[in-house]
Design a protein around this ligand. Structure first.
Ligand SMILES: [Zn+2]
Length: 514
């Protein structure tokens, strides 16, 4: 059976629009998914994203705007969807936790755990603010037990709720992480998870009484309660594909790659595996944990007011530019920094110079000397310069893919830029523009241009997971379809093939960031 893979971003809580940090996660997961599709075929890859729409925070955000919660999330969910579409995030599923299909699935999973005896009812006592309509831990309160939002004392109240047994599965989850060293990656997060699981965790409260919150999915075994938003949202990773493919849970779910931020490591390492095991599902393959994208050294967040709108950058600088910058600049797993100045520097150096100039030089020379027609095949051996070029271009996509599978998106792009560097030097060393002045040397010029256009094809193909629009533009200039684009170096463009004249891909930006 063909290898399959299921890829997810976090299910974004849509009380605020996406920022560059949330876009980074969607872009990394998208590059991973595109790379897997190239290897495994489209039908064997499913890529899922979506919005988390229940819970008290959404209800209150809707109330503040004087609209029903559903109307509020219809609008805010659409903002995420438009952002991902604008950034060319090619998801197969966009799940909303308010979709009827999802709600029904969550109820099925609750029934499974309930039937197994993993859900029980008990009275819960805690510190509660009537204004906020929520429980607080002592640490969250101001001295003297004061609510930080309302500046008045909280009350100790007791409330009956349903709990899911987490500790029952702790040893099994711990053993799974120990046996599968890359289950949580990079390793620093695996170590953090092992520490979290070293002590008993306590069970997870998975309900809210309707008397307090109605905006949720009703428990199938008690109509006076809805599910806690966290429990509900996790199942968005599974609900839509499982509802449409009866074999998804048994055959595909265990291949899942969860792309998440480090702030939700605990919930994914500690609570999600017991939820799966209790409902009779296998565990996922990898938890792929990334750091923050900071803004001028500070964490990007709505409250700090430094939220950068990802789509505005895409609009201002053109397609693929934000994608390129984030995937090249941020090391997956570590914190990175976003700055418009740095983006402009990268744009001019890497995109305008290295990639854009290479593309236009190759196509301009092909047009000028041969009317855009290749008069010979590219060669792997030939002269030493030809062999050196063939050497770096051969297997480029495989080398890039190996890096992407290890989440080293930056190294994948570095490998492409190393190849571009060799190709740019090849132009300088072979000097076709000088040779072309001598009629007798035109056959050599033809050979150089055949090798260069073939190199441009290989570079464009390798770029697709990171820069899908640019890749397509270059392949269109080369008049190459999907099949020819995927051929190994030396077996793509043949004698007689015609390419189009150059059009500028990335005009230089001559300004400082505002
Ligand atoms: Zn309060």
């Amino acid at each position: 059976m063909a290898e399959r893979v299921h890829i997810t971003t976090a299910i974004f809580y849509c009380n605020a629009p996406p920022h560059v940090g949330s876009a980074y996660e969607a872009l990394a997961a998208d590059a991973f998914a595109r790379s897997r599709r190239r290897r495994l075929g489209r039908a064997n890859v499913s890529f899922l994203t979506g919005t988390d729409e229940h819970g008290d925070k959404i209800r209150r955000a809707a109330q503040a705007e004087g609209v029903p919660p559903r109307e509020f999330t219809d609008r805010t969910s659409a903002v995420f969807r438009r952002a991902w579409d604008g950034l060319n995030v090619a998801y197969d599923y966009f799940v909303r936790t308010t979709d009827p299909e999802h709600e029904k699935f969550v109820q099925q999973m609750l029934e499974r755990s309930h039937a197994r005896g993993d859900i029980y009812f008990k009275d819960y006592e805690g510190l509660y603010c009537i204004g906020c309509e929520r429980f607080y831990t002592e640490k969250e309160l101001l001295p003297g037990g004061i609510c930080p939002s309302h500046n008045r004392p909280v009350e100790r109240i007791s409330e009956g709720n349903y709990f899911l047994r987490i500790d029952k599965y702790r040893a099994q989850v711990l053993e799974h992480i120990q046996r599968n060293p890359d289950f949580i990656r990079p390793e620093r997060y695996r170590n953090e998870a092992l520490n979290m699981l070293a002590e008993p965790l306590g069970d997870l409260c998975i309900s809210r009484p309707k008397s307090r919150l109605e905006w949720g999915i009703e428990l199938p075994f008690d109509h006076n309660y809805v599910t806690y938003v966290w429990y509900d949202a996790f199942w968005a990773y599974v609900s839509a594909p499982a509802s449409r493919d009866p074999n998804f849970i048994s055959e595909v779910f265990a291949t899942t790659e969860h792309f998440i931020g480090k702030d939700i490591l605990k919930t994914h390492a500690v609570y999600w595996p017991p939820m799966l095991l209790s409902a009779g599902l296998p565990l996922f393959r990898h938890l792929d944990v990334h750091g923050w994208v900071n803004f001028g050294g500070q964490r990007m967040s709505k409250s700090s007011g430094n939220v950068a709108d990802p789509v505005s950058y895409e609009a201002a600088f053109g397609p693929d530019v934000l994608r390129y910058f984030l995937l090249r600049e941020v090391v997956y797993g570590l914190d990175g920094d976003f700055s418009e100045q740095r983006l402009i520097e990268r744009y001019n150096a890497d995109l305008a110079n290295d990639l854009g100039n290479f593309t236009s030089r190759v196509l301009s020379m092909a047009a000028r000397y041969f009317g855009g027609e290749l008069t010979c095949d590219p060669v792997l051996e030939g002269e030493p310069d030809d062999a050196a070029l063939a050497d770096v271009m051969s297997g480029l996509e495989e080398r890039v893919d190996a890096q992407v599978q290890e989440l080293a998106f930056n190294r994948g792009l570095e490998a492409i830029w190393q190849a571009l560097d060799v190709a740019n030097k090849y132009i300088v060393q072979t000097a076709p523009f000088t040779l072309a002045k001598d009629q007798a040397k035109l056959p050599r010029v033809a050979q150089i241009l055949a090798n260069l256009t073939e190199s441009l094809r290989v570079v464009a193909a390798a770029l697709e997971p990171f820069m899908p629009v640019t890749s397509r533009r270059i392949l269109d200039l080369l008049q190459v379809d999907e099949t020819a684009a995927a051929a190994p170096y030396g077996r793509g463009l043949k004698q007689g093939h015609k390419v189009k004249p150059a059009t500028p891909l990335f005009p230089r930006i001559d300004r400082k960031a505002g």
